[in-house]
Ligand binder design. Structure first.
Ligand SMILES: Nc1ncnc2c1ncn2[C@@H]1O[C@H](COP(=O)(O)OP(=O)(O)OP(=O)(O)O)[C@@H](O)[C@H]1O
Length: 327
């Protein structure tokens, strides 16, 4: 545990723009050293929450932001000592890699020798030492984002804030940088808040995930609990695929399950019957669409090497404890 890591607390933080309530009154605690991911669809209030923590945005009267036992509500961003990493990098194109990382330290008045040592340390941390003198426009998207991360960390922020930092990168680079950021956050044990609408990113990086819907926090828990015990159908849907497997007499959905939680057989071993409508090869797995006699077919994930084919009759049942129900 990092003894310097702070607790971030939001108390009744709301925000409206004109007549639109972007954020309902929000109470939220980010524990010292934890990475909290804010996850939700576009417009649900993630960025507004992040900006309120940073000081780029103020909350409506009555809301408060605390870093440990310090009320920072009235402090502007430059007095809060937060590091920010954005989707669009926000680097200075006319400065090279090292100069970009050093910029904030220069503004803070950190002496030259100390500045150079810290820049070197940060570039090592993000594995960019070899490119210290390179100009920003000669870097790949992933390298630019590592510079942005080094710059954010160089000032030794109390809190690190990420706003969709991987959104502009292609899928492979995104996966790699996600792993790197995850490893770095673990190593530094700095308090971090990370905004994304990508559920895989949220699962991989979050110690906890706060799911937001239309300006409200709807569930906050570990990735495992969010996935396995979602508080609502909205949460269940947002963090993965979901099937309705039982309806009531009026056709209203009663029970749901994840695609990986269906046991499937080509004989009549299981009580319930269905037949395969289609199969999609996904590399490691295949996703089967199975007609089980309800309005919507269910999706079932199986290992890619198993031989299933469209038109095949099957029997099936839910794995133990796999059924999800919502009030
Ligand atoms: N400066 C502003 N002026 C007016 N409305 C705003 C402003 N900033 C945000 N909003 C509105 O507040 C709501 C929440 O926006 P916010 O950017 O927090 O959502 P988000 O979850 O981060 O979405 P996205 O993933 O698209 O960035 C949206 O309806 C947005 O249009």
């Amino acid at each position: 545990m990092n003894p310097l890591a702070v607790t971030v607390t939001l108390r009744r933080c709301a925000r409206h723009f004109h007549h639109h309530q972007a954020l309902q009154p929000l109470d939220l605690t980010v524990h010292p050293g934890e990475t909290l991911v804010l996850l939700g669809p576009s417009g649900c209030g993630k960025t507004t929450t992040l900006r309120i923590i940073s000081g780029l945005e103020s909350c409506d009267a009555g809301g408060e932001v605390w870093f440990d036992d310090r009320n920072v509500t009235a402090l502007p961003i430059e007095k809060r000592n937060v590091g920010m990493v954005f989707q669009n990098y926000a680097l200075f194109p006319n400065l090279n890699v090292a100069e970009n990382v050093a910029y904030g330290l220069k503004v803070q008045g950190v002496a030259r020798a100390e500045r150079e040592a810290r820049v070197q340390e940060m570039l090592e941390l993000v594995d960019l030492s070899a490119l210290a003198q390179r100009s920003i426009d000669k870097l790949s998207g992933g390298q630019k984002q590592r510079v942005a991360l080094a710059r954010a960390l160089a000032a030794r922020p109390k809190v690190l804030l990420f706003d969709e930092p991987l959104a502009a990168l292609d899928a492979r680079l995104r996966d790699r940088l996600r792993l790197e950021i995850g490893a770095l956050l673990k190593k530094l044990a700095i308090t971090a808040v990370y905004v994304t609408h990508d559920q895989q990113e949220a699962m991989a990086l979050g110690d906890r995930i706060a799911v937001m819907e239309r300006g409200r926090l709807v569930q906050i828990d570990t990735p495992q609990n969010i996935y396995q015990q979602p508080a609502s159908k909205f949460v269940a849907d947002f963090v993965g695929a979901i099937n309705c497997v039982d309806v009531d007499a009026r056709g209203n959905p009663l029970r749901f399950c994840r695609p990986e939680d269906v046991l499937l057989a080509s004989d009549n071993r299981y009580r319930r019957q269905g037949f395969i409508l289609a199969s999609t090869f996904l590399g490691a797995s295949q996703r089967l669409m199975i007609d089980i006699g309800l309005a919507t077919p269910i999706q079932v994930d199986r290992h890619a090497r198993e031989a299933w084919h469209a038109g095949q009759p099957v029997s099936w049942m839910l794995a133990q404890d796999a059924a999800l129900q919502f009030a």
